[in-house]
Design a protein around this ligand. Structure first.
Ligand code: IMP
Length: 443
C-alpha cells in the first residue's frame, strides 16, 4: 500500500502534520523531489527538530529515503544527521544513487542569477539553496550523482569536466570572481569523504529496487511531496516555480516505482484553509488591495505563523483559491484531501473564497496555462458564514462533529467542488490537533 502526500497550493500547506499522523502506519517514507529548499519541524517526545532534508519519519524509527528525483546537499544532510545523533537518535536515512548532488557552485550560481534578475520581474525569489542550477545540470547531463561520490576517480572525472564551465560562467558571463566553490581538488577531497561516509554506513541504494523489495515484503510506503502544485516546474506558474515535480507523477519518476503502483494507492492533497505564497508570481486572491485587507493579511500571517521555515521571509496571504485547487486535484488525481489551519480563520468577521476567475469577460473555473493570463484573472469571490473561535484542542479530542457548523459547511463545499472526501482537518499547530475522518492506509 502506498500513500502519496501532495501540496495542493504553493507549498507550506502543513504537509508535515499529515506525514507525521499517517507516517506512523508507513514503514518507509520517501521524498521524491526537491532538496533542502523544503523545511519541516518535527516534535517528538517534547523535543523539536528542524529538518530540511532528513525525512521526518527518520526521527521516528522509520526508514527515510531521498529518492532519485531529489537533489541532495551532503553538507546539509550530514549536518542534520550529526545533529540528530548528538541528540541521541539514530536516523536511518538512505539516498538513491541516482539522485543528484547539490555542489557549492550550484548555490553560488543560484544566488548570482537571482541577483542578476533583481531589477526585473523575472526574479523568482528562490531559497538560494542551489536547487535550480542542480536540476539544470541534471537535464544538461553534466550533473554529479550520489553514486559518483562513491568512486573518487569517477568524481574527479566529472568535476574536471564541469567545474571549468562553472568557473567561466561566473567569471566570463557574470564578471565575478570564482572562489572555493570552483576549487576542484578541495571539492574532490570533501565530496569523496561524503562518499566514504555513505559507503561506510550503507546509505546509498538503488532506490527503485530497494522499494520494490520492501513492498514485496508487504511494507507500507509513504511518498512525501515537498513544495506544492503551483510551484511544480510543469504544472505551476512558470517561471515562478521550483525546478522539480511536487505533483503525484513525480512520486513515480522520482522513486523508481511505477505510476500504477502510485496510482493503486491513495493520493492525498494537502490544502491550507487560506492561501500563502513565498516569493514572486500571481496570486489573484491575495489580500493586499486596501488597508483593511492588509490588516487582515497581517492578522492571518501572525496567527498562522506564516514566515518561511527555511528563509524566515514573511509569506503573502490570500483567500482560498478554488480554481487552483481544481487544477491541483486533476494534475495529481487526488483521492482525498486534508484541510489545515481551519482554526486560523476562526473568529474573523468575514470569510471568502475565490470560487472562480473572471478573465476577458468570461468566467473560468481553473487556472490558465500561462502566468501572464493568470496574472490578469480577477477572483469571483464567494462569501461564507464566519465561524467562531472555540477550544480547538477540545475539538481535536471530540472529533469532526465538534467542528463549528459554519466551518463544516466550508469543508463540505471544498469536498464537493473537488469531488473528493475530506480525510483530515487540522485545527491547531500540534501534532495531536488533527481531526481524522479517514486514515488513507486503511482504505
Ligand atoms: P527554489 O526551489 O529555491 O529554486 O525556489 C523556487 C520557488 O519555489 C521560490 O518562489 C521559492 O520561494 C519556492 N519554494 C521553494 N521551496 C519552497 C517550500 O518548501 N515552500 C514554499 N515555497 C518554496
Amino acid at each position: 500500500m502506498t500513500v502519496t502526500i501532495v501540496g495542493s497550493q504553493l507549498g507550506d500547506e502543513g504537509k508535515g502534520a499529515l506525514v507525521d499522523l499517517w507516517g506512523g502506519d508507513a514503514d518507509i517514507v520517501v521524498r521524491y523531489q526537491g532538496g533542502d529548499n523544503a523545511g519541516h519541524t518535527v516534535v517528538e517526545d517534547g523535543e523539536e527538530y528542524k529538518l530540511s532534508l532528513v525525512p521526518s519519519g527518520a526521527v521516528r524509527d522509520k526508514v527515510g529515503i531521498l529518492g532519485n528525483g531529489c537533489v541532495i546537499n551532503p553538507r546539509t544532510l550530514f549536518s542534520e544527521i550529526d545533529d540528530l545523533r548528538e541528540r541521541g537518535l539514530e536516523p536511518d536515512v538512505r539516498l538513491a544513487k541516482r539522485a543528484h548532488v547539490i555542489m557549492p557552485y550550484h548555490r553560488r550560481l543560484d544566488n548570482i542569477e537571482e541577483e542578476a534578475k533583481a531589477d526585473s520581474d523575472l526574479t523568482v525569489g528562490t531559497t538560494g539553496r542551489g536547487i535550480g542550477p542542480t536540476y539544470e545540470d541534471k537535464a544538461g547531463r553534466r550533473g554529479i550523482r550520489v553514486g559518483d561520490l562513491l568512486d573518487r576517480d569517477v568524481l574527479r572525472q566529472r568535476l574536471e569536466y564541469v567545474v571549468p564551465k562553472k568557473k567561466s560562467l561566473i567569471e566570463d558571463v557574470y564578471g565575478l570572481e570564482a572562489g572555493e566553490e570552483c576549487d576542484i581538488e578541495a571539492l574532490i577531497d570533501e565530496y569523496a569523504e561524503f562518499g566514504r561516509r555513505l559507503r561506510e554506513n550503507d546509505m546509498a541504494v538503488n532506490c527503485g529496487d530497494f522499494l520494490a523489495e520492501r513492498r514485496e515484503a508487504g511494507e507500507n510506503v509513504m511518498f512525501e511531496g515537498a513544495q506544492g502544485t503551483l510551484i511544480d516546474i510543469d504544472h505551476g506558474s512558470y517561471p515562478y516555480v521550483t525546478s522539480s515535480n511536487p505533483t503525484a507523477g513525480g512520486a513515480a519518476t522520482g522513486s523508481g516505482l511505477g505510476p500504477t503502483v502510485v496510482g493503486q494507492g491513495e493520493v492525498v492533497g494537502i490544502v491550507k484553509a487560506y492561501l500563502s505564497r513565498v516569493g514572486e508570481g500571481p496570486m489573484p486572491t491575495e489580500l493586499k488591495d486596501d488597508d483593511r485587507e492588509e490588516e487582515l493579511a497581517d492578522y492571518i500571517r501572525e496567527k498562522g505563523g506564516e514566515f518561511g521555515t527555511v528563509t524566515g521571509r514573511p509569506r503573502r496571504i490570500g483567500w482560498l483559491d478554488i480554481p487552483m485547487l481544481r487544477h491541483a486535484a486533476r494534475v495529481s488525481g487526488f483521492t482525498g484531501i486534508a484541510v489545515n489551519h481551519l482554526d486560523v480563520l476562526a473568529g474573523l468577521d468575514e470569510i471568502k473564497v475565490g470560487h472562480a476567475y473572471e478573465h476577458d469577460g468570461e468566467e473560468r473555473l481553473t487556472i490558465p496555462a500561462t502566468t501572464e493570463e493568470w496574472a490578469k484573472c480577477e477572483p469571483v469571490l464567494k462569501e461564507f458564514e464566519p465561524w467562531p473561535d472555540v477550544d480547538w484542542s477540545e475539538v481535536a479530542e471530540e472529533g469532526y462533529d465538534a467542528i463549528p457548523d459554519a466551518a463544516q459547511d466550508y469543508l463540505d463545499y471544498l469536498a464537493e467542488e473537488l469531488d473528493v472526501p475530506v480525510y483530515a482537518v487540522g485545527v491547531g499547530p500540534d501534532r495531536e490537533q488533527t481531526v481524522q475522518l479517514t486514515n488513507p492506509f486503511d482504505e
